[in-house]
Each structure stands twice: as structure tokens, then as C-alpha cells.
Design a protein around this ligand. Structure first.
Ligand SMILES: Cc1ncc(COP(=O)(O)O)c(C=O)c1O
Length: 388
């Protein structure tokens, strides 16, 4: 079947949740993917920041192959070497005495963080930022901002107070002695690639400590090295009580993690859990991803190449009338336009570059960490061609 036949077939049988972008992807290698008609694209979409080592990375492929032929499932009451190793590494990366819970997606990681906050504090209320995205299960959706996503499913968890992002006065007014947790993305991803200021995150830390509320940093999109530090909050000098990871952690294999300071880890047996969470296949993939990030010094590369790319984009776009701003950190990058991003995104796809929106006027780039400078140059030049 060709691109349009496959899109039509999915639209026929899939619930009406996702529009299609007109192509069907068949395979990938490094920063490239190919559609079923043989056309090659540079992938700066990466399944919304999932394929952080690009596609078919030998370390991930070999870990998954090896583990698949050994043991794919192992219920958590039975220990497993891959899981034990991953848990230990995540807790060490968190740099505070901590405990982790493994699950299968970002939404689940957030869900566990919210439940844990209620359990630990005995409080019900949450505070979240305007334009935040935290997922779509009933709990995670409660702290997600977009009314359009929430309205059909009310009543959700509550009460939830929504504060302005990067506004310390709004923060002070929104976290009280009733608040179980404040949840924040250190860099808002879906909300348009907006960076928190260090002062704001430090104020969030102080206010939560003062009010006895927990501070959750949702690093589902910004974590696992995407900003050049393993956790984005490490760029800002503030640390949370709980953090959530998913997306890139398994390099394409579904996995999520909630990591909490040891004294916050208040769950007792069977209060929370997941059948697939911590399965050896996903843990093996995540261990291979973490090994490769370390071995190939990818955090440094992401920092340097992100700065390189944003400079390049600014230089080539600054004189264009449709251009507003380039912003981001590491490989979490956005080009804000003065026009809707839909048409430029479609043109980029036509010209062999996959990118994604983040709000109506933003083109977001989430390249794999292994992308070459040559491909970054091609992406920048293509963006310059499609922005007028
Ligand atoms: C910051 C953030 N939190 C949570 C989620 C939900 O993750 P998932 O789609 O894996 O459930 C996302 C997804 O985009 C996200 O960007």
C-alpha cells in the first residue's frame, strides 16, 4: 500500500483522535526515516522526542534483541537484573536519596506523582501552570491546561489552581497550606517551548517547602538529556521532590518513570502498580540508552549543537517577515512565526524534513541527539526556504 492508502486505512479503523500527515513511515536509521514510497526525511519529530538516539541505534537494537530472546516479562515481585540496574541508575541520576516507580508512558508517570503527593501530604489540591501539558488520563488531564482537552471529561481531579507560568506573584497566590503538589514543566513543551526562569523555579522550590506542598517537575519531554542536562531542572538550580520521565528513556520502547525523594515515597504495597511497568524489555532498552548517552558524551553534544542550530536559525530567519523568534534549550527548540505553523510544517515535510507544532504559530524541532551537523544545516536551510 502507498502513503495515502495507508493513511486512509488508519483513518477508517482508528478512533477519530489523530489527524494524518499524509505519509506512512516504514523504516529509520540514525536521524533519517523513509516513507513507504521510498522518500527519505530528516526526522526532527522523533515521535515527539522519543527516538533520542535516532532510529535503529545498534545499542538499542542489540539490547532489545538480546532481552527479547531471554525474558520479556517479569512481574515486579520477581526481581530482574535489567530492572534493578535501571532503578539504581535513575535514583543516582536524581542525586538525592530516592525511590523510583516504573511504568509505560508520561501520563502514567504523572499519574503516579499526583497520587503519591496526595498520599504523602494527606491533601487534595494541586497547582499547575497555564499552558501546561501533563497527559490525558483523568488525573494527568486535571493538571493539563487546555480547556478543550478537559471539558468533555469533567469532573476530573480537583481542586486545581492554575497560575501564570514564570510569574512569582501568581505562584505565591496559588500554593497554599491545602496544596498537595505544585506540578511544573521546567521547559513547557506542548505549551510552545517556554523556558522557566531560574528565579521562578527557585521561588517554586521555596514556596513549596514553606507551605508543606510537594514540588513535581514533569520532565517527560524535557528530561533524558533533551536540554543538554539529564534533567532540564539542572539548568536552573532548583530540584524537585518528585520528577517524571518517559518519551526518550527507552529510545523508542515505551517506558516511564516517577522518581521521588526517599522521604516522599509514601506508597505502601499495592497502593499503586502496573502490569507492564518495569518489564525487562523496556528496562534493557533504557539501560542501553543511558549507556550510550554516557559513552558518547551526548549531553555535551546536545548543548553545543542546540546552540549552534539556534544561532544558525536566527541568522537565516531574522530578516523574514513571518519570523518572530527562535527559542529553546539544547535540542528542545522552537521557531515562533507570525503566521500559523501548519503550512510551513506541510512544506517542510514536502521538502524532506519532519518537524511538529507546539501551539498554532510554533514549529518545534526535537532532533535525535546523534544528528549530524550536516543534517542540522540542511534542516536550517529548509526552514529558511519555507519561512517567508
Ligand atoms: C510534559 C509532558 N508530560 C506528560 C506527557 C504525556 O506523555 P505520554 O503521551 O507518554 O502519556 C507529555 C506528552 O507529550 C508531555 O510533554
Amino acid at each position: 500500500m502507498n502513503n495515502s492508502e495507508l493513511c486512509a486505512k488508519e483513518l477508517q479503523y482508528e478512533m477519530n483522535l489523530y489527524g494524518k500527515r499524509g505519509i506512512a513511515l516504514e523504516k529509520g536509521e540514525n536521524e533519517f526515516v523513509w516513507d513507504v514510497e521510498g522518500k527519505r526525511y530528516i526526522d526532527c519529530n522523533t515521535g515527539v522526542g522519543v527516538a533520542i538516539l535516532g532510529h535503529a541505534h545498534p545499542a538499542v537494537v542489540s539490547a532489545v534483541r538480546g532481552q527479547a530472546s531471554k525474558l520479556m516479562t517479569c512481574q515486579s515481585p520477581f526481581a530482574n537484573e535489567q530492572r534493578a540496574r535501571l532503578l539504581e541508575r535513575l535514583c543516582h541520576l536524581f542525586k538525592q536519596p530516592s525511590k523510583a516507580f516504573l511504568c509505560n508512558s508520561g501520563t502514567e508517570a504523572v499519574e503516579a506523582a499526583l497520587k503519591l503527593s496526595r498520599k504523602k501530604t494527606g491533601r487534595k489540591a494541586f497547582t499547575a501552570a497555564m499552558n501546561a501539558f501533563h497527559g490525558r488520563s483523568s488525573g494527568a488531564l486535571s493538571v493539563t491546561f487546555k480547556e478543550k482537552y478537559r471539558a468533555p471529561f469533567e469532573p476530573l481531579l480537583g481542586p486545581v489552581t492554575r497560575m501564570r507560568f514564570n510569574d512569582i506573584e501568581s505562584l505565591k497566590a496559588s500554593v497554599t497550606s491545602e496544596t498537595a503538589a505544585l506540578i511544573l514543566e521546567p521547559v513547557q513543551g506542548e505549551g510552545g517551548v517556554r523556558l522557566a526562569t531560574p528565579e521562578y523555579l527557585k521561588a517554586a522550590r521555596d514556596i513549596c517547602t514553606d507551605k508543606g506542598a510537594l514540588l513535581i517537575f514533569d520532565e517527560v519531554q524535557s528530561g533524558c538529556g533533551r536540554t543538554g542536562k539529564f534533567f532540564a531542572y539542572e539548568n536552573f538550580g532548583a530540584s524537585p521532590d518528585i520528577t517524571c520521565l518517559a518519551k526518550g528513556l527507552g529510545g523508542g520502547v515505551p517506558i516511564g518513570a516517577t522518581i521521588a525523594r526517599e522521604e516522599v515515597s509514601a506508597f505502601t504495597p499495592l497502593e499503586h502498580g502496573s502490569t507492564f511497568g518495569g518489564n525487562p524489555l523496556a528496562c534493557a532498552a533504557a539501560n542501553a540508552v543511558l549507556d550510550t548517552i554516557e559513552k558518547d558524551k551526548l549531553l555535551k553534544k546536545v548543548s553545543e549543537d542546540g546552540a549552534y542550530m539556534m544561532d544558525k536559525l536566527r541568522a537565516s530567519l531574522s530578516s523574514k517577515s513571518q519570523y518572530r523568534e527562535v527559542r529553546g534549550l539544547g535540542f528542545l527548540m522552537a521557531i515562533e512565526l507570525k503566521v500559523m505553523s501548519k503550512e510551513p510544517l506541510a512544506q517542510l515535510l514536502q521538502k524532506g524534513v519532519l518537524a511538529l507544532p507546539a501551539g498554532e504559530q510554533v514549529v518545534r524541532l526535537l532532533p535525535p541527539y546523534i544528528i549530524s551537523r550536516e543534517s542540522l544545516d540542511t534542516v536550517a536551510a529548509t526552514i529558511s526556504e519555507v519561512v517567508q
